[in-house]
Ligand binder design. Structure first.
Ligand SMILES: NC(=O)c1ccc[n+]([C@@H]2O[C@H](COP(=O)([O-])OP(=O)(O)OC[C@H]3O[C@@H](n4cnc5c(N)ncnc54)[C@H](OP(=O)(O)O)[C@@H]3O)[C@@H](O)[C@H]2O)c1
Length: 252
């Protein structure tokens, strides 16, 4: 049996990635604060099982405990492949940087950067011990590549994730490991993250009208379409390029 560990599987893109892996007969381990009961029910109609772990990924100690529990579930004698999708992230707080408070900065950085770094490190470490191949996707954003008024934290943390991922992929190549580590930019999708963005004031987020128009003009992709593209890529193991930055624009 093979396993896919997905952070933020309770809704949005993460939920759709989880459904698709279950359809492929791959057991899914979802990590988020809330539990999505529908995914548990859905898995009953597939050949795979959905396991959910309730964890606040911005609390590093909690994440470490969760990783300890997941390790025994996932790394078994008959596990050949483990997929890790670091998907959970927040765009909040959206505001000019002088309004950011310490706790909000800390939680944002922990969720968007520390958590994916920690899960990546743990899974690659455990995979080495158990001779398992890892297919790892870190979910990025176009915000990493340009400055957006009100998004200083989000742009910075996604940029950090990009450099981190590219460096891990370089190490995988140089160590001649079988793993593949990629970045994936899903671009704008119709999820609760976009709903949160549309609630902001113009003072907090100058581009607010543009984002309201994306919704009105149906320019947001469905997370299902995007999730399917990502899983197609990950399952096409021979073609998948370690270290590559994949963008949804190039597919749909
Ligand atoms: N939506 C877009 O337009 C867009 C554009 C570019 C990139 N992205 C990227 O795509 C990815 C998915 O975004 P999305 O739109 O699907 O987001 P979303 O709908 O807001 O879902 C976020 C997921 O992350 C989980 N999460 C949030 N905070 C958490 C925490 N502290 N601890 C544990 N889990 C947490 C949420 O679950 P709980 O609330 O249950 O914890 C949820 O499952 C993100 O990396 C995002 O940056 C999105």
């Amino acid at each position: 049996m093979n396993y896919a560990i997905i952070t933020g599987a309770s809704k949005g893109l993460g939920e759709q990635i989880a459904r698709r892996f279950l359809d492929e007969g791959i057991c899914v381990v979802g990590i988020s604060r809330s539990i999505n009961k529908q995914l548990e029910t859905y898995s009953e109609s597939t050949k795979a099982t959905y396991y959910s772990y309730s964890c606040d990924l911005s609390a590093v100690d909690e994440l470490e405990d969760t990783c300890d529990q997941i390790k025994t579930l996932v790394f078994k004698k008959d596990t050949d492949k483990v997929y890790l999708i670091n998907n959970a992230a927040t765009v909040n707080p959206i505001d000019v940087s002088s309004n950011h408070r310490r706790e909000a900065i800390e939680k944002h950085v922990n969720l968007n950067v520390t958590a994916p770094m920690f899960t990546t490190s743990r899974i690659l470490h455990d995979a080495k011990k158990h001779h398992t191949t890892v297919f790892l996707a870190n979910i990025s954003s176009g915000a990493a590549e340009r400055s957006t008024y009100g998004w200083s934290l989000y742009g910075a943390t996604k940029a950090a994730l990009n450099r981190y991922t590219e460096t891990v992929a370089l190490e995988v190549d140089e160590l001649e490991q079988p793993h593949k580590v990629i970045l994936f930019d899903p671009s704008i999708m119709d999820t609760s993250m976009q709903k949160d963005i549309r609630k902001m004031s113009k003072a907090q987020f100058k581009d607010i009208e543009k984002f309201k128009a994306y919704k009105e003009e149906a320019a947001l992709r469905s997370p299902e379409t995007v999730g399917n593209v990502l899983v197609d890529l990950l399952m096409d193991e021979e073609t998948l390029i370690n270290g590559h930055y994949y963008r949804i624009h190039d597919f749909v």
